[in-house]
Design a protein around this ligand. Structure first.
Ligand code: LLP
Length: 405
């Protein structure tokens, strides 16, 4: 059972953390007054904090005493200023499309900092990656390996590879973001190995350099990571014994954050366990975190358009919704919502919904919140990962703005 969060005077729970707190009656986000940002820039708007991202980067670096190659998963946030900031902290990047390769290069990442993941890499995307000379392709199927081999041959370029393994573990997270179970489309079962090795033999330009997995997202327990590492070690060793230059072991992304005061993975323990298990391999450890680095470094500010009280339910109708933040509609996920001005008005129980013509257009259900008025601004918390990147223009609403502080 998650522990009950602390409540403030309004009956709302406030996260006692360094990111969001009331200073006087104003909600501040990493020390910045959100009311003045909303006034200057308008709503709806995603606000990101570079300082928070730096703190999270330091947490991983310190936990591993810098002995880790961190490749930020761009799919979680592709804002150019965020990417430039992450690059300036010395991180590499993990991409999943040609579009993301181009965005990485535009933001100053060098080709040898780019890992290319993804289950459906097209001919054009592989051509681009090979031409640019990226660091590693995470291979997801024998046919993809064959395709990379042909392209490497045509371009006469050496290409470094990692095999993405499906370790068949239960990540104990939402089924839509579980990726390392045997019934998922991701990664490769160990029974694929003989075929992969036969293909490798035919393409001189290909060099197998490591193994990787990504078992799922928003993991709150360390055990699935440990299981996945343990299951992959024998394969790593046997590939090395066959003479492959096995150098990298990539544990993917997936480290969860606390959306509702739930317990999360302790990064120091994560680092200690992974390093302990991998020590005998004498390899370089890589990882591809997204949410852990940027998740709580973003808030979405929205204005209350209407308050609609039906005999059955109170609806706070906001100027943002599932088109700007899809996570609640898609995964039933929880995002904490706070008024940016502390209020002494009576607390009501309400659903926060958007303007989209669908009943799945909700941001929060049955939350306690001080009775809002038209024009009040609310902050939707922890939207730095998989927020704006999944936004769309459904109903021809424009996408929200973004600013980086
Ligand atoms: N590496 C690979 C190969 C991935 O597929 C992913 C995420 C990551 C790294 C980064 O995972 P993270 O550290 O962020 O958990 N839209 C969903 C999440 C989808 C994750 C997809 N893959 C959500 O909003 O929860």
């Amino acid at each position: 059972m998650p522990k009950q969060p602390a409540t403030d005077l309004c009956g709302l729970f406030v996260r006692p953390n360094e990111v969001l707190k009331y200073q006087g009656s104003n909600l501040s986000f990493m020390g910045q007054n959100l009311a003045s940002l909303a006034k200057t820039h308008g709503t709806p708007i995603y606000v990101y904090s570079k300082k928070r991202i730096s703190q999270k980067i330091e947490k991983i670096k310190n936990a591993f005493q810098n002995n880790i190659g961190i490749h930020f998963a761009m799919k979680s946030n592709h804002n150019p200023k965020i990417l430039q900031h992450i690059r300036s902290r010395g991180l590499g990047i993990d991409v999943v499309s040609g579009g993301e390769i181009n965005r990485a290069l535009e933001c100053g990442f060098k080709p040898d900092q780019i890992i290319f993941s993804g289950v459906g890499k097209s001919q054009d995307e592989i051509n681009l990656g090979v031409r640019k000379g990226i660091f590693l392709f995470n291979v997801e199927s024998p046919q993809e390996l064959e395709r990379i081999g042909q392209i490497a041959g045509r371009q006469n370029k050496n290409v470094s590879l990692s095999f993405r393994i499906n370790p068949d573990v239960n990540a104990q997270t939402h089924p839509y973001v579980t990726t390392g179970f045997r019934e998922n489309k991701f990664g490769m079962d160990k029974s694929f190995i003989p075929e992969l090795l036969r293909i490798l033999k035919r393409y001189r330009k290909l060099k197998l350099m490591g193994l990787d997995f990504h078992i799922g997202s928003q993991l709150t327990d360390l055990k699935p990571f440990e299981d996945a590492v343990k299951k992959s070690i024998p394969l790593f060793t046997s590939l090395k014994n066959l003479g492959h230059a096995m150098t990298y072991f990539n544990t993917g992304g997936g480290i969860g954050i606390s959306y509702k005061n739930e317990k999360t993975i302790d990064i120091d323990r994560y680092a200690t366990q992974i390093q302990k298990l991998l020590k005998p391999l004498n390899c370089k450890i890589l990882c591809e975190p997204g949410r852990f680095l940027v998740g709580d470094a973003g808030v979405l500010l929205t204005k209350v358009e209407y308050l609609k009280k039906t005999p059955h339910r109170n609806f706070i109708i906001a100027n943002t919704g599932m088109h700007h933040l899809l996570r609640p509609a898609l995964y039933d996920s929880y995002h904490h919502i706070l008024p940016i001005k502390k209020s002494t008005r009576t607390t009501i129980v309400a659903d926060v919904v958007g303007p989209i013509c669908e009943s799945s257009d909700w941001l929060a259900k049955k939350i306690k919140i001080p009775l809002p008025q038209m024009g009040d601004v609310l902050a939707i918390c922890d939207v730095g990962a998989y927020g704006f990147v999944m936004a769309n223009e459904y109903n021809l609403h424009p996408k929200p703005k973004e600013i980086v502080i």
